[in-house]
Design a protein. Structure first.
Length: 148
């Protein structure tokens, strides 16, 4: 009886290992991959936050070693230190601060992905959830491109 149980347990363990290997982490080819998210358009009629994100990942030995994430307005203008200004001036300080928080979150998302190595472990930053959605989408597309 003990031998039968040990044999059954051993078979189950081997089967579990094979299954976890087959369903485990994906293998990625070394290289640099860039992808763009779909366009976000606010449904409230404003242009606040409208745009898209572009991620560039570098993968070495199945690990994400570098990540860059930038967001752009729908017309292709980079969202940078000028984002949230009107005609080069801060017309609405609250809006400008919110816009700049979202811009700063791009670097935080990229750093978190390199540190954690898994998009599922990167948390959203309050005030930058549109960027977070764009980041997740672009990263998933880039990783799909890198799959072997």
């Amino acid at each position: 009886m003990k031998k039968r149980f040990a044999l059954l347990l051993g078979t189950a363990m081997i089967g579990g290992m094979l299954l976890s290997t087959a369903c485990g982490e994906k293998n990625y080819a070394d290289g640099t991959y860039s992808e763009r998210s779909s366009e976000y358009v606010s449904d409230d009629g404003t242009t606040d936050g409208n745009g898209y994100g572009v991620v560039t990942l570098t993968i070495q030995n199945n690990q994400i070693t570098e990540c860059e994430f930038k967001t752009y307005e729908l017309n292709g203008t980079l969202k940078d230190a000028e984002y949230g200004k009107e005609n080069g001036e801060i017309a609405n300080k609250d809006f400008y601060n919110k816009a700049q928080k979202a811009v700063g979150a791009c670097d935080e998302y990229a750093k978190a992905l390199v540190q954690k190595g898994n998009i599922k472990e990167v948390d959203a930053i309050s005030g930058a959830t549109v960027n977070y959605s764009e980041f997740q989408e672009a990263v998933k597309l880039a990783l799909k491109q890198a799959e072997q």
